[in-house]
Write a protein that binds this ligand. Structure first.
Ligand SMILES: [Cu+2]
Length: 147
């Protein structure tokens, strides 16, 4: 019993520091890209691979961008042949866990785009973590197909 209590305490202590060790971000983001909005529509999707390289649970509670009015985290559900998107509140990553945001799955929905994004552009996205830290992600705008 005593051993369990000690382990529990360690988990609490390490989670106080959250995703950051005060020096650098401990989430690694790769292959971040944004789909070129179809025909100038002010809405599109953003995708990336996020890996929690810290030893604490990381929770992304919000994503923002200076060029985007609103960003939502969406999960795509296949429901009797229909694709439905559901807004989720946050992305939680256990230590070492990787989450892949991809077309037809988890993704970021960029709404109220300020600019006409074109393939070749770079869009800055800011990940907001539950511990108050933020991490900037450079994503490239590419042409892509919807499935
Ligand atoms: Cu969506």
């Amino acid at each position: 019993m005593r051993g369990f209590k000690i382990v529990g305490l360690l988990v609490i202590v390490s989670s106080v520091f959250g995703c950051s060790d005060m020096t650098s971000s401990l989430v690694q983001v790769r292959n971040a890209w944004v789909r070129e909005p179809p025909g100038g529509h002010p809405i599109t999707g953003a995708y990336m691979e996020i890996t929690n390289t810290s030893n604490a649970i990381c929770e992304i509670i919000q994503v923002s961008s200076p060029k985007v009015g609103r960003v939502e985290i969406h999960q795509t559900k296949h429901d009797n042949g229909t694709m439905r998107m559901r807004k989720i509140d946050s992305l939680k990553l256990r230590p070492g866990e990787q989450i892949i945001l991809q077309p037809g799955g988890l993704h970021l929905m960029l709404m109220d785009l300020a600019d006409d994004l074109k393939a070749g552009d770079i869009l800055m996205l800011l990940l907001h973590f539950s511990d108050g830290t933020k991490q900037q992600v450079e994503s490239s705008v590419r042409k892509g197909t919807y499935e």
